[in-house]
Write a protein that binds this ligand. Structure first.
Ligand code: PLP
Length: 488
């Protein structure tokens, strides 16, 4: 367990997360605690205040406190330890929060899972689902298929783009189950076997796999500490005239780079001139951690240059991956091809999740503020721990996004991640982000878990690193190492 997490939650902290109780008070108190334990505002395995402390701080009766703890215990979110008090739990243990495809060790022996760069749900998610359930009856008399998306959601999403300087009609929005599905549909709609697709290296591997799966030949363009290699992007566009370019200009995964306004204009011009359709993945666009004006959407630059773009977005990184909510903004001339390709995969996105997203988007500012503050704190704690314990690793503090992209002094990332996993830390090595090989001296360390877990992760990395450092194997053949290949 994390070492730095306080093992006690105070009555004041409980009062803060619980807010105003409704009637019956015991059920309202238990509900609020269950939600806070579930979404991590109250950690797991900490002692709850005694019933007496709770009564005094919340101004409730002893019976209310006793019944609330009894209900919480019955639901599996708390357990009494004789003589020690009542402790928080998650029913089913942590294995319930992990998936076998993403994390090979889903048991309790996995101390920290940093294979996915994705946070736990922010407060307000369960309430949005409750509001969505209340809205649902109005939709039940229809057939429930929305291959384009619920009109209300399309409208809200379109408004968001218009406000960011990319005028968008609701009819240009197509709602999908996550950004990856949107990219996979784009690959189906746009790519034929043998077509060239420009991708970033390092880059988001599932997107590259979607284009490769559609038969594309991938043309990599590096993203380094100075950002995108625009000279190479321009010459690749001129020489190869790729059918598609897949770019993540806003807090690129895994480097965290943000493409500047000038770079966007250059990239857009080169790709528009080559008649390359630009698939812009904005999954991380709302994850700015510095107070700064964001550049205009890349698709706006593409439009200004006379080109065609398709912008992919999602609620996964800014709200919660479990929503499985994403979308695409298509230029009108691509709408039909995209919808046709979509219908070969699925016929729409679940109505309940779309309704929940409508509620969440209706009042996004406090959720965003909470999420960014939490990420800032976690990023800084991770950076401090790495600087202290692994001073010869190199990284830039990103202005946004979800991970530190760390350069190791020797190319042993795969060996490192294998050794770390033996010690209970799942984390992705550089080669995962290079579909054609390379990046053996890099590792992606997300700051998406609580500070205590991040410090534990760095302790594990610092134990594993001296064991594998300088080993020759990775440098000559990454293939000889088992590199975890499924990440998010
Ligand atoms: C750049 C990028 N695109 C897409 C995805 C997948 O998003 P979703 O969960 O919405 O499918 C991720 C997740 O890591 C990502 O980093």
């Amino acid at each position: 367990m994390p070492t730095s997490v306080s093992r006690v939650v105070t009555a004041s902290r409980v009062a803060e997360v619980v807010g105003t109780l409704t009637r019956p008070a015991y059920a309202s108190l238990a509900d609020a605690l269950r939600l806070a334990i579930g979404d991590g505002r109250i950690p797991v395995d900490v002692r709850l205040p005694s019933e007496r402390e709770l009564c005094e701080r919340l101004g409730v009766s002893r019976t209310t406190a006793t019944r609330a703890y009894a209900l919480l215990t019955e639901q599996g979110y708390a357990a009494a330890r004789r003589g020690a008090g009542t402790f928080t739990r998650i029913p089913g243990g942590r294995a319930r929060t992990l998936d076998r495809a993403l994390t090979t060790r889903v048991g309790d022996d996995l101390a920290v899972d940093l294979n996915c760069a994705a946070s736990s749900a922010p407060p307000g998610l369960a309430a949005a689902y409750q509001a969505a359930v209340a809205d649902l009856p109005a939709y039940l008399s229809g057939h429930g298929y929305y291959p384009a998306g619920l009109p209300e959601l399309q409208r809200l999403l379109a408004e968001g783009y218009t406000q960011r300087g990319l005028p968008t009609a609701a009819g240009q929005m197509i709602v999908t189950p996550g950004a990856q599905t949107a990219t996979a549909i784009a690959a189906r709609a746009l790519v034929r076997p043998g077509d060239r697709v420009l991708v970033e290296v390092p880059g988001y591997p599932n997107a590259a796999a979607a284009f490769a799966g559609a038969g594309a030949r991938l043309s990599p363009v590096p993203v380094g500490p100075q950002g995108w290699d625009l000279d190479l992007l321009e010459s690749t566009a001129r020489r190869l005239r790729p059918k598609v370019a897949y770019l993540v200009p806003d807090f690129h995964n895994p480097t965290g780079q943000l493409m500047s306004e000038e770079q966007r204009a250059r990239a857009a011009r080169a790709l528009a001139d080559a008649r390359t359709v630009v698939v812009v993945d904005e999954s991380h666009q709302q994850l700015a951690l510095a107070d700064r004006q964001m550049p205009r959407p890349l698709a706006a630059h593409v439009a200004a240059a006379g080109g065609t773009a398709l912008t992919v977005g999602a609620a996964s990184k800014v709200l919660w991956g479990g929503l499985r909510m994403g979308w695409t903004r298509v230029d009108p001339d691509l709408a039909e091809a995209f919808t046709r390709a979509r219908l070969t995969l699925d016929l729409g996105t679940p109505v309940l999740e779309q309704l929940a997203l409508v509620h969440l988007l209706g009042d996004l500012a406090p959720t965003l503020a909470f999420h960014r503050e939490r990420l800032r704190e976690q990023r800084d704690a991770l950076a401090d721990a790495l600087r202290e314990q692994l001073p010869d690793w190199d990284f830039e503090l990103p202005q946004g996004g979800l991970a530190l992209w760390c350069r190791l002094p020797t190319p042993n990332a795969a060996a490192l991640t294998e050794e770390a996993e033996r010690r209970g830390l799942a984390v992705a090595a550089g080669p995962v982000f290079a579909p054609q090989g390379g990046l053996a001296a890099w590792v992606r360390v997300p700051y998406t878990r609580p500070v205590g877990e991040l410090r534990r992760a760095v302790e594990i990395l610092a134990e594993a690193w001296p064991i594998v450092r300088g080993e020759g194997l990775d440098a000559t053949s990454t293939a000889r190492r088992r590199v975890r290949s499924i990440v998010a």
